[in-house]
Design a protein around this ligand. Structure first.
Ligand SMILES: C[S@@+](CC[C@H](N)C(=O)[O-])C[C@H]1O[C@@H](n2cnc3c(N)ncnc32)[C@H](O)[C@@H]1O
Length: 299
């Protein structure tokens, strides 16, 4: 990680729905916040600037290094935890640790998307990897090779909501048997089997599905939602920002069920989305959906 990366993160990176995050988490001196998805440290920087103590979690080594450098001025109030957020919240529950606020800004960061060596971008000429933590687990290429065509089609259909999943899965298996391994090459294969003209690259949904699968993104969210009531202090606040309809549905259903059970005293009745001004400057904001919840007084 070099200084220009840190500079870029500090000056040009715009955290999504920042005002709503601060409004709903209410950071302030003496409060303790858990940022489950530290990324480039944008949301954490705002929580720290408001006086909060922040524990930041990320499974990506590049994000950890960049955020730690960016937030070094707040070293006495900032703690970095290298982990998945599911493991981190479950450890916190076991340790009896609680927070005034918990934030999760799900998915991948622009740092990950912009680094062509990571294989997240559709134009990357490197083998398809897509792991947020490159030191653990199976790469997307490994997943394509391990699953048979039907299993692969199911992944592409379920996580990518891709109608042509069977055709795409067969084409990917065929391309792999001929040695294709880069994102670029496999994206071109998908383009060939998806008819018509496209505004967005027709392989995006498939790669999103592979990314969600290799990082177990829905499993991670499920575990976070289960542990959430136990890591919030009485009256503590949670904010979750999602970018995928399956994730938003999970958050909505979990928050509503916990409100009915009186575990949460209040939850977002409606999803919070970015306004036109934010959409104009931040492409990522367009698909962001924020939901908040407040823990009841009896934890
Ligand atoms: C959208 S970015 C967060 C951006 C951040 N809010 C900011 O303002 O810079 C998501 C980050 O969360 C991390 N991440 C996603 N899922 C994770 C998980 N299950 N456990 C730990 N980190 C995760 C990714 O590695 C990425 O760095």
């Amino acid at each position: 990680m070099n200084d220009p990366d840190v500079q870029r993160a500090a000056t040009s990176h715009v955290p999504v729905l920042l005002d709503a995050v601060v409004q709903h988490l209410r950071p302030g001196p003496g409060t303790r916040m858990l940022d489950c998805t530290l990324g480039m440290g944008g949301h954490s920087a705002a929580l720290l600037a408001a006086g909060a103590n922040v524990v930041g979690v990320d499974r990506d080594e590049a994000a950890q290094r960049l955020a730690a450098a960016r937030l070094s001025n707040y070293a006495e109030r900032f703690t970095l935890r290298t982990n998945t957020f599911a493991d981190a919240v479950e450890s916190a529950v076991r340790a009896g640790e609680q927070f005034d606020g918990v934030l999760a800004d799900l998915g991948v960061s622009s740092l990950q998307l912009d680094d062509s060596a990571r294989g997240f971008s559709i134009r990357a000429s490197v083998p398809v990897d897509m792991r947020m933590d490159c030191a653990h687990g199976e790469s997307a290429l490994g997943l394509i090779d391990r699953l048979d065509a039907d299993e692969l089609a199911n992944v592409i259909y379920k996580y990518g909501e891709e109608r042509l999943s069977r055709r795409i899965a067969r084409a990917l298996k065929q391309a792999r048997s001929e040695g294709a391994d880069s994102v670029e090459a496999l994206a071109a294969v998908i383009r060939r089997v998806v008819p018509g003209h496209h505004q967005r690259h027709p392989a995006l949904r498939t790669f999103q599905a592979l990314r969600i699968a290799v990082n177990d993104e829905l499993g991670q969210l499920e575990r976070l939602l289960t542990a959430l009531p136990s890591v919030l202090k009485a009256g503590g606040r949670a904010v979750i920002i999602s970018f995928h309809s399956l994730e938003d549905r999970m958050v909505k259903q979990s928050f509503r069920a916990l409100k009915v059970a009186n575990v949460f005293s209040d939850v977002a009745a409606r999803v919070v989305i970015a306004d036109d001004a934010e959409n104009a400057v931040n492409q990522r904001a367009a698909s962001a959906k924020l939901r908040w919840a407040i823990a009841g007084d009896q934890p």
